[in-house]
Design a protein around this ligand. Structure first.
Ligand code: FE2
Length: 708
């Protein structure tokens, strides 16, 4: 659709330029004077195309005004469209803006939405301006415009701060960051954990960071809403114990996935117990064991399974693995429905057997060895062994949710996002790379703080570590968090897991990391040709400094950089941010219902203390140790909600917002997408032969950001 805008007059700066031009021509002779005269009288036309995002409520009925700003001057601030014109969602509308003189190279636009009667918000995607000489300028926006206010948007080519030569652009850049620092402020949620975005209410979050109306409707982030959708309201006020496994099964049948069904059928099996330490919802707790810790006195001459080799020999061969939950030792436990709850701090020993299965061979439920702390073996009675494994799974549930899910993905992603908004202008290449990985993180974390870990939060009320335990555990988790543990190649090497067979989290995760690393390297090397450019980028250094201070609480021992010295360091860190916000979060988030929907496979709490002797457990005592009905139902509803697929979910390969406008980065985006597609096909092929497919790191299912 094309509309004719009113002719626009040159501004005083343009007039001054024309006079100077005339003076220069006078000095340089008659021929030059003629060229200048022609220029002074030449009208310039610009084809302006405005794109509105295709999203509910993205359009506006308000009037839209634009100013084009070039190196030689600015257009007038003119209205787009002669009569009433609507910018509908998904629309692309073209207008002609006429100036009495050429504006030179275009630098930025001012965009304003004016509403006389109806004041609504508008979400433009981008503005393209084609000059009369055919040159196309693209101005990425992807930003909600609210109220009657002028907003400026730079032309899309990325520019580093020290590369700015235009005085006006330097000023504009500074103003943008000043405004962003007012809008995005740090707040302390609790001492000892990463800082968060300052927001008193959900509505006080910036519009760009809030869920659209459709997601609000679909999501309705409350356990009560989830209960209603699952049809479980009738179960939710029952604080009784479970009478039979059949009763648990009846509840579980309210929602079944193909994986949760597999879990329900195989949860008692040792091979599947071990499998989950590699490919379950928490693949972060297992490591190769070269020396048995003295606190876990398993006889080194023990033989197990079908092997005739001793534990010592198998350890020397590299076949022994350990999960040590020492971080849970002494954590104060919750009281649920008036009853004290319990949390083990177990040690689990695994043997990789001749069938390449990760078999649990010994479990000790408390850290301090002693006669009241027996070591359980697969040769013990069925329920002694099952109960020991279930205490481990309950400990794993608590540590997974608070450390590996909440802290290491949700809370870190928020730190990366807030620092990004405060320190990097939209024209910065790192902003352009990472902004899509921050989508809705501030909102989901606001909800998580209020509905999961607040005084009335579900995790506070219905997990063993709820209440004071949450803070202790988060505090300890922060202390255990290192830079290397956030970078999957380093983490896998440090845990000695490079050659463990059938470890799909590692296989897919490393491939994804490498694809991301190549992409980030190619893009950032295009803008940072030399290390000195990284060192001289004050905005970039501020970004990492705020992450170090507010995310890692100035703990040098974490290994997190406080500043970037080389391009390689920057590339690795940005890859880690990208991986953490997308792949890692999906790996530890998307399997929650699959693995916890069947409660006995991951109880959020245990009602009895870990057994101090063997031979006492049976089915009845097992059932009475599991969480009560209400706890089971509410946790089940919460994990179901956390795995809900919303219709506006964005995946790793999707670049809905085109922040890069130069040919090279745009080409690299297509290479990145091609590599992701190739990996997705490889994973699909591999999964076809698996009894239980591992899909969490299939790029076509990896969500771009921590948004749920
Ligand atoms: Fe999550």
């Amino acid at each position: 659709m094309e509309q004719k805008a009113s002719q626009l007059l040159p501004d005083p700066a343009t007039m001054k330029g024309a006079l100077l031009t005339w003076f220069w021509c006078f000095l340089n002779g008659f021929f030059s004077v003629r060229i200048a005269a022609l220029r002074g009288n030449m009208k310039a036309e610009y084809q302006v195309t405005v794109y509105t995002q295709d999203m509910a409520y993205a359009g506006t009925k308000d009037d839209v005004y634009i100013t084009l700003v070039g190196k030689r001057g600015s257009s007038q601030h003119g209205k787009l469209g002669r009569n009433k014109f609507f910018f509908h969602r998904g629309d692309e509308s073209t207008f002609t803006v006429t100036c009495s003189a050429d504006l030179g190279e275009l630098l930025l636009i001012h965009l304003e939405k004016r509403g006389l009667v109806i004041k609504d918000s508008w979400l433009p995607a981008k503005v393209e301006v084609r000059s009369s000489n055919g040159k196309l300028y693209v101005f990425p926006i992807y930003h909600w415009l609210k109220g009657n206010k002028k907003h400026f948007f730079r032309e899309g080519a990325a520019v580093l701060d020290f590369q700015e030569t235009n005085h006006q652009m330097i000023k504009t850049r500074k103003n943008e960051l000043k405004n962003q620092k007012n809008l995005y402020r740090w707040a302390v949620y609790k001492e000892g954990i990463p800082l968060c975005m300052k927001a008193d209410t959900l509505m006080s979050l910036p519009l760009d960071d809030r869920y659209p109306f459709t997601r609000d409707l679909e999501f309705g982030f409350t356990a009560v809403a989830a209960l209603a959708k699952l049809g479980l309201e009738a179960w939710s006020n029952c604080i009784d114990k479970w009478n039979s496994m059949n009763d648990i099964e009846k509840l579980y049948k309210s929602h079944v996935t193909s994986t949760s069904d597999y879990v329900m059928k195989h949860w008692r099996e040792d091979a599947f117990f071990g499998y989950q330490f590699l490919n379950g919802v928490n693949p972060m707790m297992i490591r190769r064991c070269k020396t048995l810790p003295s606190k876990f006195p398993v006889p080194s001459n023990m033989i197990f399974g079908k092997s005739w080799l001793t534990l010592r020999t198998e350890m020397m061969k590299g076949n022994i693995y350990l999960s040590d939950y020492n971080i849970l030792d002494g954590v104060e436990t919750n009281t649920i429905n008036g009853r004290k709850q319990f949390l083990a701090a177990p040690l689990v020993l695994f043997h990789k057997n001749e069938y390449n299965e990760m078999m649990p061979i010994a479990i000790q439920l408390k850290q301090k060895p002693g006669r009241d702390n027996p070591i359980f073996f697969p040769t013990d009675s069925e329920y002694d062994w099952l109960l020991a494994k279930t205490y481990v799974k309950s400990a794993d549930f608590n540590l997974h949710e608070l450390n590996f899910h909440l802290l290491r993905t949700h809370l870190l992603a928020e730190v990366f996002a807030v620092s990004l908004q405060r320190n990097l202008p939209r024209v910065h290449p790192v902003f352009k790379l990472l902004i899509r990985h921050t989508r809705y993180t501030l909102q989901i974390n606001f909800l998580a703080r209020n509905l999961l870990i607040s005084k009335i939060g579900i995790l506070t009320l219905y997990t063993a570590s709820g209440g004071k335990g949450i803070l202790t555990l988060l505090d300890r988790s922060v202390s255990s968090m290192t830079y290397r543990s956030l970078c999957i190649p380093d983490d896998i090497a440090d845990r000695g897991l490079e050659d463990v067979p059938n470890f799909y989290y590692r296989d897919d995760g490393l491939k994804l990391w490498n694809i991301m690393h190549r992409f980030v390297h190619d893009i950032l090397s295009f803008y940072y040709k030399y290390d000195w450019m990284v060192q001289n980028d004050a905005e970039l250094q501020n970004w990492i400094q705020e992450i170090f201070e507010n995310g890692f609480l100035r703990r040098r021992e974490t290994g997190i950089p406080q500043k970037f010295i080389t391009v390689a360091e920057l590339v690795k860190f940005v890859t880690m941010v990208m991986f953490t916000c997308s792949a890692q979060h999906t790996a530890v988030n998307d399997g929650q219902y699959d693995f916890y929907g069947w409660m006995p496979n991951g109880p959020s709490t245990m009602k009895k203390p870990p057994p101090t002797q063997k031979g006492k457990a049976d089915e009845a005592s097992f059932l009475s140790t599991l969480p009560d009905v209400e706890t089971t139902v509410l946790i089940m509803a919460t994990v179901w909600l956390s795995n809900m697929q919303t219709s506006d979910r964005r995946y790793l390969h999707q670049f809905v917002e085109e922040h890069f406008t130069e040919d090279f980065p745009r080409y690299k985006v297509t290479v990145f997408q091609r590599e992701l597609k190739k990996l997705s096909k490889e994973i699909y092929k591999r999964n076809r032969d698996l009894e239980l497919p591992y899909t969490y790191l299939d790029p076509k299912l990896v969500e771009n950001s921590v948004a749920i």
